[in-house]
Design a protein around this ligand. Structure first.
Ligand code: PLP
Length: 222
C-alpha cells in the first residue's frame, strides 16, 4: 500500500479523540509530502538536525513533534518552531526549554516521559518523581513551558499482557494528575502496540513504520 493509503486507512480507524503523529524519522521529504497531501499535519522526528532541516524545507503548517531523547544543548535549534516535545525526562532539560522558549517569546508544550517499561535503557521519570516535580516550586516558576501531558513507551515484547499492564498503569497515573495539572495529552502507542494503547486510554499515537514502511538506513546521529 502507498503512504497515502496508509494515512487514510489508519486515520479512519482511529477514534476521533486520538491524534495521529506520523513518525517520519529517516524518511525523505517526498515521503512526508505524500502523507501531507493525504491531509496529515502532525509529524514526529527524533534527531534535532534532521528535524531542523525538514522544518526549514517543508510546509509551514506542519506541526513538528520532537519524540526522541533531547539533549539540553540542542534545545535552542528547535525552540523557535517545535509544536510539542514528547520526551522530557529531566528537570535540567525542562529548565533549558523554559529558557529557550522565553528567548523565542513562546510557550512550548511538553510531555513528561514516564518510565513504564521493564528495560533498563528507557529514559524517563518514575511516577513518584514526576508527581514531586509537578508540585515543586522550581517547576511552578517556569513561565514559558506548558506541561500538556505525559508520554510513555511500553516494553518491546510480544507479550500483550505486559504491554497492556504498562499502558494501564500510565493511564491510571495520568488520570490522577490530569485534573490537578490540567493535562490533555497522553502519548502512548507506536506501530506495534497503538491499538492496545488506545484501548488503555491513549489519545496520541506515534506511528512510523506502519505508514512509511520499515526504516532501512541508520539515521544521522547529530
Ligand atoms: C521511532 C519511534 C516511534 C515509531 O515507531 P514505529 O514502530 O515505526 O511506529 C514512536 N515513538 C518513538 C519515541 C520513536 O522513537
Amino acid at each position: 500500500m502507498s503512504i497515502r493509503d496508509n494515512i487514510k486507512q489508519i486515520s479512519a480507524s482511529l477514534p476521533s479523540h486520538v491524534t495521529l503523529v506520523a513518525v517520519s524519522k529517516t524518511k525523505p521529504n517526498e515521503a512526508i509530502m505524500e502523507a501531507y497531501d493525504a491531509g496529515q499535519r502532525d509529524f514526529g522526528e527524533n534527531y534535532v538536525q534532521e528535524l531542523s532541516d525538514k522544518a526549514e524545507q517543508l510546509p509551514k503548517d506542519i506541526r513538528w513533534h520532537f519524540i526522541g531523547h533531547l539533549q539540553s544543548n540542542k534545545v535552542k535549534y528547535i525552540a523557535p518552531f517545535v509544536h510539542l516535545i514528547h520526551g522530557v525526562d529531566s528537570f535540567k532539560l525542562l529548565a533549558e526549554i523554559d529558557k529557550q522558549a522565553q528567548k523565542n517569546k513562546r510557550v512550548i508544550s511538553c510531555l513528561l516521559q514516564i518510565y513504564i517499561a521493564r528495560e533498563e535503557s528507557k529514559f524517563g521519570f518514575d511516577m513518584a518523581e514526576c508527581e514531586a516535580l509537578l508540585a515543586s516550586p522550581e517547576f511552578l516558576s517556569f513561565k514559558n513551558i506548558r506541561i500538556a501531558g505525559m508520554m510513555g513507551m511500553a516494553s518491546n515484547t510480544d507479550n500483550q499482557t505486559i504491554v497492556r499492564a504498562e499502558f494501564h498503569a500510565l493511564h491510571e497515573f495520568y488520570k490522577r494528575m490530569q485534573p490537578i495539572h490540567d493535562l490533555s495529552v497522553l502519548s502512548m502507542g507506536m506501530s506495534s502496540d497503538y491499538k492496545l494503547a488506545i484501548a488503555e486510554g491513549s489519545n496520541m499515537v506515534r506511528i512510523g513504520s506502519s505508514i512509511f514502511g520499515e526504516r532501512r538506513y541508520a539515521p544521522k546521529t547529530v
